[in-house]
Design a protein around this ligand. Structure first.
Ligand SMILES: Cc1cc2nc3c(=O)[nH]c(=O)nc-3n(C[C@H](O)[C@H](O)[C@H](O)COP(=O)(O)OP(=O)(O)OC[C@H]3O[C@@H](n4cnc5c(N)ncnc54)[C@H](O)[C@@H]3O)c2cc1C
Length: 386
């Protein structure tokens, strides 16, 4: 199974339904079912465990195609795929714990989660959702937000703060766990079909075996790197795919539209030609950075090196912002018609705005890149000079 071929095959059907998904804000369960049936959701699982062994480059290429057709579907399944991809690399690195999650994915289990506390937002170092230590595990109560895939996920993973002060707890739990509820709060301007609902924990017991104390990203090692790389690169690919689809639409639209009294189509107007050039230059650079970083990463890993965090952070920052800029340029290039919901560029304009909001957000990305450029350690204290 080639994920790019599957994405290309299903794209026309997804594109056809994308406007209705956006208008209703409903979750495109059917699309996810189709992708599960075609083996797309297990594509990063190693072949010997029942998947297609797709690497980061293949998954990113496929996700860009899928996002161009239906951004919500692509982003929702991305929250499952990036974790499976990181687990596949852990398996390749000889970490036996990764097998469980890979076998679950191979059998069709959908995994999604949230690190965002509903009341206090995202802080990857702490969580305001309390986890109380009890015999055999933890009891979790509270509410998390932004849980994409919530309508269909089988297993939830997330973070909570242990009330005895021992730190951040990572945990996983089945959808049917007593006290666990998914609440549809997702009425947003962008990515309306991702089903990124709230998750409510009414004294949910999580057995210790399904927990881990301490965040994997607390120190920079191979484990942190693969999570960050899979997250940043696949998220970047989704937003790149939206922008490339907006570009394709804008080029077609202006090439086919001739205003009254004009001899030649709109695409022969200087403003449109320069806009097309600007969009092309920005998206070429974004695509090149994404896939060049992935290729250099593969070489570094093969040599036994752990690439720096700045590599993945730069991809996420540059590509998602380039995607916003290019899509906005497409919007203006299309002109007044772009305001109508009947044209896909209106939806793409809204959807692409979500890119820079994923972690690391622009401020945090620039801080990380600036510190790396200046040789300042990520955790240097005090954080700022006076
Ligand atoms: C479409 C979509 C789907 C998503 N799906 C998921 C999902 O499935 N699972 C999941 O876990 N998350 C998901 N997220 C949520 C995402 O991970 C963020 O948690 C969410 O966007 C809120 O983060 P925020 O940083 O903008 O908000 P807040 O945490 O409220 O932060 C607000 C602002 O403060 C800034 N800020 C925050 N902390 C710091 C700091 N330490 N230093 C400086 N500035 C800071 C941020 O950059 C931001 O500008 C999704 C987000 C979107 C947009």
């Amino acid at each position: 199974m080639d994920p790019v071929a599957v994405a290309e095959e299903v794209a026309p059907v997804l594109a056809e339904a994308a406007a209705a998904t956006d208008t209703s804000g409903s979750f495109p369960s059917h699309n996810v079912e189709v992708l599960r049936d075609r083996g797309y959701l297990r594509s990063p699982v190693p072949v010997e465990l029942g998947g297609a062994g797709a690497d980061l480059a293949a998954v990113c290429a496929a996700q860009a195609v899928l996002a161009g057709a239906c951004a919500s579907t692509a982003l929702a399944v991305n929250m499952h795929l990036f974790g499976i991809g990181a687990a596949a690399e852990a398996h390749a690195d000889g970490e036996p714990e990764a097998q469980l999650v890979l076998r679950m994915a191979a059998s069709g289990t959908i995994i999604g989660g949230s690190f965002t506390d509903a009341a206090t937002g995202l802080n990857v170092r702490a969580s305001s959702t309390p986890a109380e230590r009890v015999e055999g595990g933890y009891v979790i109560r509270g509410r998390k937000a932004f849980c994409s895939l919530a309508p269909v996920l089988d297993v939830f993973y997330g973070t909570a703060g242990v009330t005895d002060g021992s730190g951040l707890l990572l945990f996983a739990i089945g959808r049917d766990a007593p006290g666990l509820r998914f609440v549809d709060t997702w009425d947003t301007m962008a990515m309306r079909g991702t089903g990124s609902w709230d998750v409510v924990f009414d004294d949910v017991f999580v057995p210790e075996v399904l927990t881990q104390l301490g965040a994997p990203w607390a120190s920079w090692d191979r484990r942190s790197e693969r999570m960050l790389a899979w997250f940043c690169c696949t998220v970047a690919a989704v937003y790149l795919g939206i922008a490339e689809a907006a570009r394709d639409f804008a080029l077609r639209h202006t090439s086919g539209r001739r205003l009254g009294g004009m001899q030649l189509p709109l695409a022969r107007q200087p403003g449109v030609i320069f806009a097309a050039g600007e969009i092309d230059a920005g998206l070429r650079a974004a695509r090149a950075l994404l896939f060049d970083t992935i290729a250099r990463r593969a070489s570094a890993l093969a040599a036994g090196d752990v690439p720096a965090a700045a590599e993945s952070v730069a991809v996420k920052y540059v590509v998602t912002n380039a995607a916003v800029e290019a899509t906005q340029r497409c919007f203006r290039m299309v002109g007044g018609s772009a305001l109508y919901r009947r044209l896909p560029v209106e939806r793409m304009f809204r959807d692409v705005q979500a890119g820079p909001l994923h972690p690391p957000t622009n401020d945090l990305a620039l801080e990380a890149l600036g510190r790396a450029a200046l040789g300042i350690p990520p955790d240097a204290a005090p954080r700022w000079g006076d």
